[in-house]
Write a protein that binds this ligand. Structure first.
Ligand code: ATP
Ligand code: MG
Length: 258
C-alpha cells in the first residue's frame, strides 16, 4: 500500500529538507522504495541526494504548469539517485514562479495530487519536501498527501507557530482533503542538556499526546557535514546520532497504523 507524506512546517530552517532526505534514505535502508518530491524552489532535497539543480532540463515546475498530466512526462522528470530504491522529482529556482503562474489555474490546489496519482503505485512511500510558506505549493503538497509529519524545534518561536500550522491543516482537511492525517510531530535539533528544550518537549507531549514521535532527532553536526557532501546521513556515517535517530524514526513511520 503506497503512502504519500508531506514534511510540512511554514517555519524556515527547522529540518524539513533534512527529514525528507534522511527519512527517505532510512526507509530505503529498510527495503522500501521511495520517491522524494521537492516542492521548494531552494532545491535542498534535490541537491541533498546528489543531483545538480543547475543541470536539470525539467523539474517539478514543468509538471505543475503542464495543462494535461501525462504519465510519460512524469516518468521523464523523475531522477534516479546514487542510492538504489531512492528517486526524486527535482526542483530548481524556477519553481518560485509557480505561486504566480498557478494563481489563476483551474483546480490549482489539486495539480500535484493528480500528478502523483499517476505514479503512486510505483513506490512504497512518496515524501514531499514543502517550502517554508503556506502558499499554493504547500497546499498542493498537503492535498496530494495521505499524512503529514511536522518537524519542530524546541524553541519558543517554533512552538508559537504550531497553532497557526494546525489551523492550516484543519482548513485543508475541512475543505479539500478530509482523510489527511497528522502522522506525527517530530522534535528536531533536540539538545537534552538544555532545560528549555526538555520543558518544551514536555509541553508538546501534553498538548499532542501520542502524536509526538518517540524519536527526537538530536542536534548532530554530522547531519550538516553530510549535507555539505550532498549525501544522506544514512549513507554518510552509520555511527552517528543522526543515523540512529533517523533509522528509529523510519521504524515508527513503518509501524504507523493508517
Ligand atoms: N538534527 C540536526 N542537527 C544539526 N543540524 C541540523 C539538524 N537538522 C537540521 N540541521 C541543519 O539545519 C539547517 C536547516 O535544516 P533544513 O534545511 O532541513 O530545514 P528546512 O526546514 O528544510 O529549511 P527551509 O525552511 O529553509 O526549507 C541545515 O543546515 C541542516 O543541516
Ligand atoms: Mg527545506
Amino acid at each position: 500500500m503506497s503512502k504519500i507524506i508531506s514534511i510540512f512546517n511554514q517555519k524556515g530552517g527547522i529540518g524539513k529538507s533534512t527529514t525528507t532526505i534522511n527519512l527517505g534514505a532510512a526507509l530505503v535502508k529498510q527495503g522500501k522504495t521511495v520517491l522524494l518530491v521537492d516542492m521548494d524552489p531552494q532545491a535542498n532535497t534535490t541537491v541533498g541526494v546528489g543531483i545538480d539543480d543547475e543541470e536539470l532540463e525539467y523539474t517539478v515546475y514543468d509538471l505543475l504548469i503542464d495543462k494535461k498530466v501525462k504519465k510519460e512526462s512524469i516518468l521523464e522528470i523523475i531522477q534516479k539517485t546514487p542510492y538504489e530504491g531512492l528517486e526524486v522529482i527535482p526542483s530548481d529556482i524556477t519553481l518560485s514562479n509557480a505561486e504566480i503562474t498557478l494563481s489563476n489555474a483551474m483546480s490549482r490546489e489539486t495539480i500535484l495530487n493528480r500528478i502523483l496519482g499517476e505514479i503512486k503505485q510505483n513506490y512504497d512511500y512518496i515524501l514531499i519536501d514543502c517550502p517554508p510558506s503556506l502558499g499554493l505549493l504547500s497546499i498542493n503538497a498537503l492535498v496530494a498527501s495521505d499524512g503529514i509529519i511536522v518537524p519542530v524545534a524546541t524553541s519558543f518561536f517554533s512552538m508559537k507557530g504550531i497553532k497557526h500550522l494546525i489551523d492550516t491543516i484543519t482548513l485543508v482537511q475541512d475543505n479539500l482533503k478530509p482523510e489527511l492525517q497528522i502522522i506525527g510531530i517530530l522534535i528536531n535539533m533536540f539538545d537534552k542538556r538544555k532545560n528549555i528544550a526538555k520543558d518544551l518537549k514536555e509541553q508538546l507531549e501534553e498538548v499532542f499526546g501520542d502524536k509526538v514521535f518517540h524519536t527526537a532527532i538530536r542536534i548532530n553536526s554530522q547531519i550538516e557535514y553530510a549535507q555539505d557532501s550532498k549525501t544522506p546521513i544514512i549513507y554518510f556515517d552509520e555511527k552517528c546520532n543522526g543515523y540512529e535517530d533517523y533509522m528509529n524514526l523510519s521504524q515508527e513511520v513503518l509501524k504507523y497504523e493508517w
